[in-house]
Design a protein around this ligand. Structure first.
Ligand SMILES: CC(C)(COP(=O)(O)OP(=O)(O)OC[C@H]1O[C@@H](n2cnc3c(N)ncnc32)[C@H](O)[C@@H]1OP(=O)(O)O)[C@@H](O)C(=O)NCCC(=O)NCCS
Length: 151
C-alpha cells in the first residue's frame, strides 16, 4: 500500500448483511445502476465477499457467487474512483482468493463487460486481472471472460 492516500485508517472486512444498503447506494452513486440485491445477499450469506472502509467510509467492495460446485464467479469488484490505482482492488482480490481456497474452491471466473454500464468512462480492467494472475479465456467485442486457477 502506498503512503500518499488521503486517509489514515483503512480496514478490510467480510461484507455483512448490515453493509448491504450502504454498498447498494455506494455503487449507485458512481454508476447510476442498482446491484442485484438477491445475488449480493446470497454472497454475504454463503460465499467469499469483502468491504473496505477508509475513515469509516466505504471505498470498495467485492463479492462472489457459485458458478460450479468447485468454481466461484467474481460477481463484482468496485473501488471508489478517487482511490483507484493504490492497490485496494488487488488487496480485495487477494482476500477473496484466499477465502475461496479455504472454502474448497479451485478457481475463480469472471466476466468483465462494457455493456453493464452506460457511462462513457467504463473500460476493460484487463491489466488489473492479468497482473493478478488471471487468464483471458474468451472475448467478444464488448466482454471478456477471465479465469484464475487457485490450485
Ligand atoms: C478494476 C478496479 C476494481 C481496480 O481497483 P484498483 O484499486 O484501482 O486496483 P489496483 O490498484 O490493485 O490495480 C490498479 C490497476 O487497475 C486498473 N485500473 C485502474 N482504474 C481502472 C478503471 N477505472 N477501469 C479499469 N481498470 C482500472 C489498472 O490496470 C491499474 O493499474 P495501473 O495503476 O498500473 O494502471 C477499479 O479500477 C474499479 O473499481 N473499476 C471500475 C469497476 C470495474 O471495472 N470493475 C471490474 C469489473 S469486472
Amino acid at each position: 500500500m502506498t503512503s500518499d492516500l488521503p486517509f489514515n485508517e483503512l480496514s478490510i472486512k467480510n461484507l455483512k448483511d448490515q453493509d448491504i444498503d450502504g454498498v447498494m447506494s455506494f455503487f449507485r452513486k458512481f454508476t447510476g445502476r442498482d446491484l442485484l440485491e438477491k445475488r449480493l445477499g446470497d454472497s454475504v450469506r454463503k460465499y467469499p465477499c469483502c468491504i473496505i472502509f477508509a475513515n469509516a467510509e466505504i471505498i470498495g467492495f467485492s463479492y462472489t457467487n457459485r458458478f460450479a460446485p468447485d468454481i466461484l464467479e467474481l460477481s463484482n469488484i468496485f473501488v471508489h474512483p478517487e482511490f483507484r490505482s493504490h492497490g485496494i482492488g488487488g488487496m480485495m482480490l487477494k482476500r477473496i482468493e484466499k477465502e475461496s481456497l479455504k472454502g474448497g474452491y479451485t478457481g475463480l471466473i469472471l466476466v468483465n463487460s462494457l455493456l453493464y454500464d452506460n457511462r462513457s468512462d467504463k473500460r476493460f480492467a484487463t491489466n488489473f486481472y492479468v497482473k493478478n494472475g488471471y487468464l483471458e479465456i474468451v472475448r467478444t467485442e464488448s466482454s471478456k471472460v477471465f479465469f484464475k486457477s487457485l490450485a
